[in-house]
Design a protein around this ligand. Structure first.
Ligand SMILES: *Cc1c(COP(=O)(O)O)cnc(C)c1O
Length: 458
């Protein structure tokens, strides 16, 4: 299994040929799911005592399994938060795997971690956080949020030891990402939400806190603001909330998992004012910074607090902390120990293209949202639910009921044409099913948008 023979070399060439054709394909077929039963009948037994052979397995993957999966970088995949890794980053993802480097400790990963940190320095510079702020690449925004919350909670308890057994409270808005609630469960904290899917304002947070009973207020240790809500691209009042947190001594976490890429876009950078006050920030390079999955990031104002919260002890780990191996250990700043050096594809792509091209590609997503907004305003059949924000556009098809949106999604998907999905928009107790675009891929064209809007005519 670990021998190198002619077969393996040929196989590698075949696989590489496929990878190259996929990397250079700007319009891959839009795969769609099949049932597990269908897939089983098409594929048969694949894991057997003797193996089915690489050629057979690869054919099954290419011809059946991949076709039953959606390429996230399809130019008409505008649902959820799509992605569009640069070709350089995808290529370097292959190199990262082939290099077999352990990315937890400087002892083993120094050179690769150095490169990751170069990319991280650029990310940190986008936030405007002060000297000393730094971060680490995580598996995604969920893990980044979790790592930040653990750090916040540990810092709170270190400051007030009487809270060692107190269940903490995190305050956020109902527009925050589901992972905030999910990760609060992991750390056994309560989440209170200010009921708004629109921009969370400092005054609303203040009001909410003033109505909390005293014992609750004492348990409140962190406020999570969102910089680019996943549903609508809304950026909370970061400066107001940041100021409030500073006054009250709350940890201020900014979840910019989706929106963070737009920190590099001058046309909207002012909307993020106040992010530099954060104690921690989540940014997902695998969303709007064109990295392949999976690559999130968490940045801390004071990395030392994260180190105190996350460093794992253990007799066989001691050597990693020896003088001779001193350096930055990514394992010390988030919840994961063994990790791939997942920041490398981003680093390579940044190094190859320069940051200006990132700015341009991100601005294109924002421009596409504005174009979509204009096209929607021009058509009598559709109307904007709210002005486009970052690269998100919420709009309604006049007269449609929720089932009609669902049917529209399924039809476009099963035609292999586009993946666009409905969402819900909640305003003043009223919940409406609406259509949504989220633009990431700079290869999406105005024509793509027009064609998708046309599919709402019937
Ligand atoms: C996507 C997203 C997350 C979760 O990130 P994953 O990478 O999917 O784990 C968290 N917060 C926001 C605002 C997001 O958009």
């Amino acid at each position: 299994m670990h021998e190198i023979d002619l077969n393996l070399v040929e196989m590698t060439l075949d696989v590489m040929k496929f990878a190259i054709s996929r990397i250079t394909d700007t319009n891959p077929p839009l795969g769609k799911p099949r049932t597990e039963k269908e897939l089983k009948s098409l594929v048969g037994e694949t894991v057997t005592p003797k193996g089915i052979g690489g050629e057979v397995a690869f054919k099954l993957f290419r011809d059946v399994l991949l076709k039953a999966s959606v390429p996230i970088d399809h130019p008409r995949h505008l649902a959820f938060v799509p992605a569009s890794p640069t070709r350089a980053a995808i290529m370097f993802d292959l190199v990262t795997s082939a290099s077999s480097v352990h990315g937890a400790f400087w002892l083993e990963g120094a050179g690769c971690i150095f490169a990751e940190n170069e990319a991280m320095r650029w990310l940190v510079s986008l936030t405007g956080l002060p000297e000393g702020a730094f971060g680490v690449f995580t598996s995604g925004g969920t893990e980044a949020n979790l790592s930040a919350m653990v750090t916040a909670r540990e810092a709170w308890r270190a400051r007030a030891p009487e809270h060692a057994r107190t269940r903490g409270i995190i305050l956020t808005s109902s527009g925050a990402h589901s992972s905030v609630k999910a990760m609060a469960k992991v750390i056994d904290a309560d989440v209170l939400t200010v009921d708004t899917e629109d921009r969370l304002e400092a005054a609303m947070v203040r009001e909410h806190i003033s109505r909390m009973p005293k014992d609750e207020r004492e348990r409140l240790f962190a406020v999570v603001a969102t910089a680019g809500t996943t549903n609508a691209g809304i950026i909370d009042d970061l400066s107001g909330i940041g100021t409030l947190c500073k006054e009250e001594g709350f940890w201020f976490h900014v979840d910019a998992a989706y929106g963070g890429g737009a920190l590099a876009a001058p046309s909207v950078r002012h909307l993020f004012k106040g992010i530099e006050m954060a104690d921690s920030v989540t940014i997902d390079p695998h969303k709007w910074l064109f990295s392949p999955y999976d690559c999130g990031a968490v940045i801390y104002r004071e990395p030392e607090l994260a180190r105190q919260a996350h460093t794992q002890g253990g007799s066989y780990l001691d050597i990693f902390y020896d003088e001779g191996y001193r350096g930055f250990n990514p394992a010390d700043y988030q919840i994961q120990l063994t990790r791939r050096v997942r920041g490398l594809p981003l680093w390579f792509s940044l190094a190859m293209h320069g940051t200006d091209r990132y700015t341009k590609a991100i601005e294109r997503g924002i421009e596409l949202a504005r174009i979509a907004g204009r096209l929607i305003e021009r058509s009598p059949l559709v109307e904007l639910v709210r002005a486009p924000s970052l690269s998100c556009v919420l709009f309604r098809r006049v007269g449609w009921k929720p089932e009609e949106y669902t049917r529209w999604t399924l039809k476009n998907h099963s035609d292999g044409f586009a993946l666009v999905a409905p969402t819900k928009w909640r305003q003043k107790g009223n919940v409406e099913t609406v259509a949504r675009f989220c633009f990431i891929n700079p290869d999406t064209t105005e024509r793509d948008i027009e064609d998708i809007l046309l599919t709402m005519h019937s």
